[in-house]
Design a protein around this ligand. Structure first.
Ligand code: ZN
Length: 500
């Protein structure tokens, strides 16, 4: 381990920063809630995945052997989170007249494409809920056997009150069961539940529900919270190290995961709960219903009405990492443009550094200069060890960038550093930018004159089509370019393109 036992993680369960101590070092088990694949991946999801990508990368960097599991929800997530309504995927399949698994495959592919675009590493295992029906049925049975669930008309509900009598329900979100009651509507006489707080772990399928499996209780489907309990513990053990996800999943999703695991197996499933915060736009919560939620490709293309222009995926990644994962992240044109300039400055300094050559002589080295650079490098890692503080680590890289530029300009002679410190400086830049933050130079497209010329022509045709309101042609160009993995950015000074 490079910096053994100095990494601290804010644990949303204890509400404290705790020194990270894995159960079985050097192995680390990490589970992050993945997408429900029924629509294009939204930007909040991108942020969550970038946040945990850095956690994953940094743990690997520190020398841990990380088994990173991120699920795909392909059944059980209902339109209404209160155990009612249609399955999100089945609904989309009905609207588009497709087989549900076509919907699942299409949006899973799209999710992977977007992850790749933002340089998010794939997980070690990416299990699907439909691939773990047997295990989910087994867990429902274990919870029933322990007496913390009951069957009602073919469905099985988790008995929150019974559980709460033995274990605290609400410990992760800090909610008390009394308050939860006052915020829940009364059950009507038709309800299958004994108690409004109870949640379905198995649902009997109505006749029109197409995603259905046999079980001891009914032909039906699993409750949404169950899949994460099952798949995390199957691959990482009954208790594992890190569970991550967006803040909006803390309750009820993660709260229910704890209850299910404790009820079924008598074990706390997770040691460190981590939650990334939400996105805002000009200070207002980003949400579809407010019309201020732009999709990743809209942000890249600059095609949403709130955006002045588009930004490259690496700029967006850098922008996101300039905020701590647990803080809200606010999108505004000004902040994005600032990030774009900042990212260019950083990558320029990285280029300059890679072109600097130390003469290999250490006799002109200056003690104070060496000390300053070494301490800046150390500070960057101390910041990462402080609950993955990427904004402070990036600020440290900017301090080092100033140094790099003054070596280049000759304001400070480069050989005021000894070779060892110069190499440390180079290594710190490389390790941070490439390995830990996962940044790389924005791909500005091919450099062949023919490709550039052809692309200019295509973008011109698209522009003409749009001016003539010939949406058929402009959409076709957009779709074909998307298929070819070409990302078009529309800005005030015309359109540019890059390979995704
Ligand atoms: Zn989950």
């Amino acid at each position: 381990m490079k910096t053994e036992s100095t990494l601290k993680i804010y644990n949303s369960l204890s509400r404290e920063k705790e020194v990270f101590e894995p159960l079985n070092p050097p192995f680390v088990g990490m589970y992050v809630c993945g997408p429900t694949v029924y629509s294009d991946v939204h930007l909040g999801n991108v942020r969550s995945n970038i946040s945990f990508d850095v956690v994953y990368r940094y743990l690997v960097y520190l020398g841990y052997k990380v088994r990173y599991v991120r699920n795909i929800t392909d059944v059980g997530h209902l339109v209404n989170d209160a155990d009612e309504g249609e399955d999100k995927i089945a609904k989309k399949a009905r609207i588009e007249q497709k087989e549900p698994m076509e919907i699942v495959q299409y949006y899973t592919n799209g999710f992977h494409d977007v992850m790749k675009l933002f340089n998010v590493l794939p997980p070690s295992i990416e299990p699907t809920a439909t691939g773990h029906l047997i295990e989910q049925i087994e867990m429902v049975q274990r919870i029933l056997d322990k007496g913390y669930a009951y069957e009602s008309n073919g469905s099985v509900y988790f008995d929150v009150e019974k559980y709460n009598a033995d274990y605290p329900y609400g410990k992760l979100s800090g909610r008390k069961i009394e308050d939860l009651y006052s915020n829940t509507r009364e059950l009507d006489g038709q309800s299958e539940k004994r108690n409004p707080l109870d949640f379905a772990i198995w649902k009997k399928a109505s006749p029109e529900h197409i995603m259905r499996w046999n079980s001891p209780w009914s032909v039906g489907f699993p409750g949404w919270h169950l899949e994460c309990s099952v798949m995390s513990t199957k691959y990482l053990g009954e208790t594992f190290d890190i569970h991550g996800g967006g803040m909006d999943l803390r309750f009820p999703h993660h709260e229910c995961e704890i209850a299910q695991s404790v009820a079924a197996d008598g074990k706390e499933p997770v040691r460190y709960w981590m939650h990334n915060n939400m996105l805002t736009v000009n200070g207002t919560k980003m949400s579809k219903s407010l019309g201020n939620a732009f999709l990743p490709l809209e942000l890249i293309e600059g095609s949403h009405e709130l955006l002045d222009k588009g930004y490259g995926p690496m700029t967006i990644r850098f922008f996101m990492l300039q905020s701590h994962y647990s803080s809200e992240l606010d999108f505004s044109n000004q902040a994005l443009q600032g990030a774009e300039k900042g990212f260019q400055r950083l990558m320029n300094a990285y280029d300059v550094l890679n072109n600097l050559a130390h003469d290999g002589k250490d006799d002109a080295a200056v003690e104070a200069e060496i000390k300053e650079v070494k301490s800046l490098c150390t500070q960057i890692f101390e910041n990462l060890n402080d609950d993955f503080n990427t904004p402070k680590a990036i600020a440290g890289l900017f301090d080092l960038s100033k140094k790099v530029n003054s070596y280049k300009e000759g304001q400070i002679p480069l050989n005021s550093l000894d070779t060892e410190t110069f190499n440390l400086l180079k290594k710190t830049f490389k390790d941070l930018i490439e390995d830990i933050l996962g940044l790389k130079a924005e791909d500005t497209g091919g450099d062949s004159g023919l490709t550039d010329g052809l692309m200019d022509l295509i973008l011109d045709m698209r522009k003409t089509a749009r001016v003539n309101k010939d949406w058929g042609t402009s959409d076709k160009i957009r779709d074909v370019l998307k298929e070819l993995n070409v990302v078009v950015k529309d800005g005030k000074d015309g359109s540019s393109w890059s390979l995704g």
